[in-house]
Design a protein around this ligand. Structure first.
Ligand code: AMP
Length: 281
């Protein structure tokens, strides 16, 4: 398994692979790999000839005051995990290789990036879209694999691929959870023992909402109230948003019908977590 740091070299290798007829699967990550990331890698390995994983903590998707400096980094362990999963190559560029002096172009996502996470983190999705557009151009994949964990990100990137005629497909993999339901996230490492216990609020609220919908409730205010009330059992978890939305475009719905997604974000101390659940009403 090779580790490539230079974007030009990466592009040369991936172009040669595609020219020789290889189907490249690509898994973009910020490292600190866990079983959620590994599920994406396994999917890529099962569907593609070669799997390329990028490990890059992208500075442009962090706002000032966010956790860029202390974001967990563990390249040695990530490398071991990638090797075990039959990854062909890791792309691990430096910030200056991705954003050299004079860099000035940005992909601005549209309306989808103005709600939910986009409201809470206004510059976040422009950073994500820009780095993914660059990575797609450098790595040249047939399919890129993303997690449902970042559902809004997936929709924004799908829209970008369509709008900019990028020649690849995106594949969404289900959320991998701890035994008790907490969605795996690199940021779970920040949680103290008591915060970790109360982080279950997110999954519990989503499950309560889903249960109500399955029992026949369609009134979104009632569903949101019930989800909100779950948080009182987890005092360290402070909800930021609880939303019931159309899963195609994330616009809030008044009545559940067809494809619905429940989305929550909450803070536990300084740590901000997100989670979601797709519900077919
Ligand atoms: P990150 O390293 O946080 O940027 O995540 C890289 C990719 O892994 C993204 O597509 C995430 O949606 C995905 N991912 C993160 N956590 C999970 C999880 N618990 N289950 C499935 N995919 C995940």
């Amino acid at each position: 398994m090779k580790v490539i740091k230079c974007p030009k070299k990466m592009h040369k290798i991936s172009s040669e692979l595609s020219l020789s007829g290889k189907k490249i699967g690509f898994v973009p990550t910020m490292g600190a790999l866990h079983k959620g990331h590994l599920s994406l890698i396994k999917k890529s390995v099962s569907l593609c000839d070669e799997t390329i994983v990028s490990i890059f903590v992208n500075p442009t998707q962090f706002a000032k005051g966010e956790d860029l400096a202390c974001y967990p980094r563990n390249f040695k362990e990530d490398k071991t995990l990638c090797r075990q999963e039959d990854v062909s190559l890791i792309f691990h560029p430096s910030s200056s290789a991705m954003y050299p002096n004079g860099f000035q172009s940005t992909v601005f996502p549209g309306k989808l990036a103005t709600v939910l996470e986009g409201k809470a983190r206004p510059s976040h999705f422009a950073g994500v879209a820009t780095v993914c557009c660059k990575l797609f151009n450098i790595v040249n994949p047939s399919i890129a694999f993303f997690g449902q964990k970042d559902y809004q990100q997936f929709l924004i990137l799908k829209q970008m691929v369509f709008d900019l005629n990028l020649p690849l497909k995106l594949f969404m993999c289900p959320i991998v959870r701890e035994k008790d339901g907490l969605a795996l996230s690199s940021r779970n490492k920040y949680l103290s023992k008591s915060e970790r216990a109360d982080a279950l609020a997110l999954f519990s609220a989503l499950s309560a909402g889903k249960k109500l919908i399955f029992s026949g409730e369609r009134n979104v205010s009632k569903i949101k109230n019930s989800m909100n009330s779950v948080f009182s059992d987890f005092p360290l978890a402070k909800p930021e948003y609880i939303e019931v939305a159309d899963s195609d475009n994330l616009s809030p719905v008044k009545k559940c019908s067809g494809k619905t997604i429940l989305l929550v974000s909450a803070k536990l101390g300084k740590t901000r977590l997100i989670d979601n659940m797709l519900v077919k009403a």
